[in-house]
Design a protein around this ligand. Structure first.
Ligand code: SF4
Length: 431
């Protein structure tokens, strides 16, 4: 039986796809790439935006061109929330929600593909499982940098977001499980660990919080870098700036999804922090860690966002030390409260505002890359592109360099020479 896996959405989904793939026994299944014909294709879905929803449908159309008889298993967030409609789609045989996705190998064995779609999407309770199936890790040899799940779910219920409905309330993974998996990832050769979850800053297991976890990971000798994938402004634990400023392996990088920088819009979004709090935090962070890379997510066109509100957000993003912006066009989500709000913004206006922010992001990114030119920085190399080795600095600058020898998974010092929008070209600094 040939089986392929495809992920839509966030790092947590990527990690969970790797775990699920590792539960499939190689005696019964041959794992193939998604662009090869397969008997079964598993799609780990996302529902964070309207676009992620349509990506799933579009991907099935692509699969059908490759193999019209393909059997599709839909798992994950969109499967959790839209099972009934997805079960009507062509070639879909299984729709499995978040509480059952780790049982997929057993489910496929027990419920063979047939004309009636098998659906299993129970609600996700407070105590829903957050750990992996026993001794199965998210080891994925295809990626140099390894994702590591530390928690799932969220209690914040922001007005635009369906995640608490799709993944349930915040649950933190057992501390010792995380350390055990980190050691396994390091043993498999991964030097950079990316902590993933839905709301990482809320990690709390017994007396252990996120800073305790970072300190424990810091003690694993083979791990050279620890990166936080994204952290909510409301949930930044005390001590995080100190850890980044000190000699720990915590990367000088923070992705802080502010979503808006207008107090009225933040309130309507139920984000529970103010622009002033963001400014104060960033000032403190930049002072302690001057070369930190700061990224953010912004939702454009939230209901009630006037031109003045948007202009204020634009102005703040321009002035504050953000180095890139991921721009999301607002779309109504069926379970999110914002669906019922008045003051919907027209699609052409959302597009115009989004473009303005994307242009700002490009300029700020280039400015940041240029500020690093002339320095020497360690780069973790991942792959080749256009004849050059590509990697990342700990502060998230893409670097390309020439090398006759393979640099895969090596950390090497590079003199950073010239910047453009895609990153920096440099020269290996080897004596
Ligand atoms: S913090 Fe808000 S946006 Fe983030 S997952 Fe929780 S509810 Fe969604």
């Amino acid at each position: 039986m040939r089986i392929a896996f495809h992920t839509i959405g966030c790092r947590l989904n990527q990690y969970e796809t790797a775990v699920i793939r590792n539960t499939f026994n190689s005696d019964e299944y041959t794992i193939v790439a998604v662009d090869e014909p397969a008997d079964i294709v598993v799609i780990n879905t996302c529902t964070v935006t309207h676009k992620s929803d349509t990506d799933t449908r579009r991907f099935i159309t692509r699969l059908r061109k490759l193999n019209p008889d393909v059997n599709v298993a839909l798992i994950g967030c969109q499967a959790q929330l839209q099972a009934a409609s997805m079960a009507q789609w062509p070639n879909v045989r299984w729709v499995i929600g978040n509480a059952r996705k780790f049982d997929l190998a057993r489910i496929l064995k027990e419920f063979k593909a047939s004309s009636s779609v098998y659906i299993e999407t129970p609600a996700i309770g407070r105590d829903a499982v957050v750990s992996n199936p026993s001794n199965i890790f998210g080891i994925d040899p295809e990626h140099t940098r390894a994702n590591l799940k530390i928690q799932d779910g969220c209690d914040f219920f922001c007005a635009f977001c369906e995640i608490p409905f799709a993944r349930g309330r915040a649950r933190s993974r057992e501390f010792s499980d995380i350390i055990q998996e980190a050691k396994a990832l390091a043993g498999a050769g991964h030097q950079e660990i990316i902590l993933t979850g839905i709301n990482l800053g809320t990690y709390q297991r017994g007396s252990k919080s996120l800073p305790d976890l970072i300190k424990a990971l810091d003690d694993i000798p083979k791990i050279k870098r620890i990166r936080i994938s994204s952290i909510e402004p409301l949930a930044i634990p005390n001590g995080l700036i100190g850890l980044m400023a000190s000699k720990t392996k915590l990367c000088r990088y923070l992705h802080l999804p502010v979503q808006s920088l207008h107090d009225g819009t933040l309130k309507a979004m139920k984000r529970r922090y103010s622009v002033l709090q963001v400014q104060t935090f960033l000032r403190e962070l930049i002072q302690a860690v001057p070369s930190v890379c700061l990224g953010t997510d912004v939702i454009v066109g939230f209901p009630g966002e006037t031109q003045d509100h948007f202009d204020e957000t634009y102005h703040q993003l321009k002035e504050l030390p953000f180095h890139y912006i991921h721009v999301f066009s607002y779309s109504d989500r069926p379970h999110a409260k914002s669906r019922t709000l008045e003051g919907k913004v027209d699609v052409p206006e959302i597009k115009k505002r989004s473009q303005k922010l994307r242009d700002l992001s490009r300029r700020k990114r280039l400015q940041f890359y240029r500020s690093a030119v002339g320095t020497i920085m360690p780069v973790l190399f991942e792959q080749t592109k256009d004849g050059l080795w590509q990697g990342l600095t700990d502060n998230f600058i893409p670097v390309a360099t020439q090398s006759e020898k393979s640099l895969k998974n090596m950390i090497k010092p590079v003199t950073l020479q010239s910047a453009d929008y895609s990153g920096i070209q440099g020269k290996l600094n080897e004596r």
